[in-house]
Design a protein around this ligand. Structure first.
Ligand code: HEC
Ligand code: HEC
Length: 476
């Protein structure tokens, strides 16, 4: 672990109190521990991370089953486990009267409004972590190795009242889900948007096909361009029925009659809903990290990206596709007969692979020499604070090779009038207290790039902020 010292500049920018800035990262680190704690199931053995594994962008790594296995032998869910990355950006479930559409919400049918509400469910779900009640989850937290951290964040009496304590558990998990670890924005496409790398010719063609209304038309539902300077999330958070066929593997477990009607269930008593009109609709998936999260669709019926794009292309023209799970509400206007050539299908698939986080930036390695770091841009931003760009140079001030400390020797505010600065490299959030420095070091032995996250640690008396620089393995 390395300690970085960055001078006053960040400290004065925020409307949050120092106390608040300090507590946010501790809460995230606590959420991180809860997320990976396999003692929180009944019997022990399953954590959130068992189904949401960082190796597969926090989705379920098993490929032989479209659904996830519960901690109890023989139990499974009914839905393909989605990524938890970028779920922090899903808006609360609501109805948009202008468009006449339901938007947002957690889970593929939007049945929980917020990350906090969602996080309370898996612990008590008999098909997942199988605890009988909240009290038994809290009892496990009382015996957890991180109980002192829990009390540090939420107060010494935080575990006395079961309902309140359960709310705190959900708050810590949601806070972790909002952290830079799950929202890195370090894909090749992000760096392309930032003007730092070029796409290959085929990737570029794929992007054009993805966006063209008379070709893939994918961006109609999976927006691919920044809005208000915010990087695209590749979902508009609406709901649709693509006419996906049933997955026989799920019917084998749940019975031949099993159908999940998706959004239809969530809105059955909603005054804005028309009876039956939302059956078979599921939330538009983010395509970030899509290359890592097979199988695809809510029922995992497709095993490769090529099969997915082929389906969009030929659903209505090729007899090989089984009939839709629910035909009545199927979208017949925007997909099904795209007329793409084989080459064009491949181009789109190749483009989709640029959406995986952890892209190695090559010559943008930023530790120039052993003893100096130059960050051409640091974007500093907070909830109520306009973003500013700085260029930072840091020199090593200790001789210790394993725990070097850096301190800032040069700090210049940059004004880039045309907003052409890289959106995400490196990025300091005043809200989360995390400075993220993607791909700064080249490993001399094997030539690999590494990604680091600098986690705000403390404010030292002269007003400097101290960071722990932790190594984050590039996602596989
Ligand atoms: C047994 C596997 C399993 C475990 C354990 C599990 N999840 Fe999930 N998770 C799923 C499945 C399946 C879904 C989708 C369910 C649905 O949409 O109905 C999901 C959905 C989610 C979503 C919503 C994603 C979206 O796009 O709407 C979030 C967030 C999430 N899980 C977080 C967690 C957290 C936090 C934990 C631990 C408290 C956890 N999960 C434990 C399988 C699991
Ligand atoms: C009309 C809106 C719409 C259009 C157009 C559209 N999609 Fe989708 N996409 C969705 C919805 C909704 C889902 C989730 C459906 C489900 O799970 O049943 C989805 C899911 C996906 C998935 C699987 C996600 C996962 O995590 O399993 C991929 C991959 C995908 N779309 C790629 C594309 C590509 C490529 C195109 C263009 C050829 C495209 N989409 C066009 C709405 C759309």
């Amino acid at each position: 672990m390395t300690v970085l010292i960055i001078t006053h500049v960040f400290a004065n920018e925020s409307n949050l109190s120092f106390e608040q800035i300090r507590n946010l990262p501790i809460m995230q680190s606590l959420g991180h521990k809860i997320f990976f704690d396999t003692n929180l199931s009944n019997p022990p053995g399953q954590a959130c991370s068992s189904c949401h594994d960082p190796k597969t962008a926090f989705s379920d790594p098993i490929l032989d089953l479209p659904v996830s296995r519960g901690v109890v032998e023989g139990k499974t869910g009914t839905i393909n486990t989605p990524i938890v990355m970028y779920t922090a950006f899903i808006p609360a479930f609501h109805f948009n009267p202008e468009e006449g559409l339901f938007i947002g919400g957690q889970f593929l049918d939007g049945r929980e409004s917020s990350l906090e509400a969602q996080a309370k469910k898996p612990f008590l779900n008999p098909d997942e972590m199988n605890n009988p009640d909240k009290a038994s989850v809290i009892e496990k937290i009382r015996n957890a190795s991180y109980v002192d951290e829990f009390k540090l964040v939420f107060g010494q009496d935080a575990l006395d009242d079961v309902d309140k304590a359960y709310d705190y558990v959900a708050a810590a998990l949601a806070s972790f889900e909002r952290s830079a670890i799950l929202n890195p924005f370090t894909s090749k496409y992000d760096f392309y948007l930032a003007g730092v790398v070029k796409l290959s010719e085929q990737e570029e063609r794929g992007l054009q096909l993805f966006e063209a209304e008379n070709k893939g038309n994918c961006a109609a539902c999976h927006p691919s361009r920044p809005v208000d300077g915010k990087p695209p999330l590749f979902t508009d958070f609406t709901y649709d029925n693509l006419g996906v066929p049933s997955n026989q593997k799920i019917l084998k477990i749940k019975g031949a009659e099993f159908v999940d009607i998706g959004l239809g269930k969530t809105v059955k008593d909603n005054p804005n809903a028309e009876v039956g009109a939302d059956n078979g609709k599921f939330k538009v998936s983010s395509l970030r990290n899509i290359a890592k999260t097979a199988p695809y669709m809510h029922n995992g019926v497709f095993t490769s990206l090529k099969e997915v794009v082929d389906f969009y292309n030929t659903r209505d023209t090729d007899g090989k596709w089984a009939k839709p799970e629910i035909a009545a509400t199927m979208n017949t206007e925007e997909l099904g007969d795209l007329g793409l050539s084989d080459q064009e299908v491949d181009d789109i698939v190749v483009f989709l692979r640029t959406l995986s986080d952890g892209y190695e930036l090559g010559e943008h390695a930023m530790i120039e020499q052993e003893d100096a770091v130059k960050l051409p841009y640091v974007r500093v931003e907070g909830r109520d604070v306009a973003s500013k760009i700085y260029s930072v140079r840091m020199e090593r001030i200790t001789a210790d090779k394993d725990f070097p400390q850096y301190h800032v020797t040069q700090l210049e505010e940059l004004s880039l009038a045309d907003n052409s600065y890289p959106n995400d490299i490196p990025y300091y959030s005043l809200d989360t207290g995390i400075l993220e420095i993607p791909a700064i070091k080249k490993d001399h032995e094997n030539g690999n790039q590494s990604t680091y996250v600098a986690q705000f640690k403390q404010i030292i008396p002269n007003g400097n902020l101290v960071f722990d620089l932790t190594y984050v393995k590039p996602w596989q």
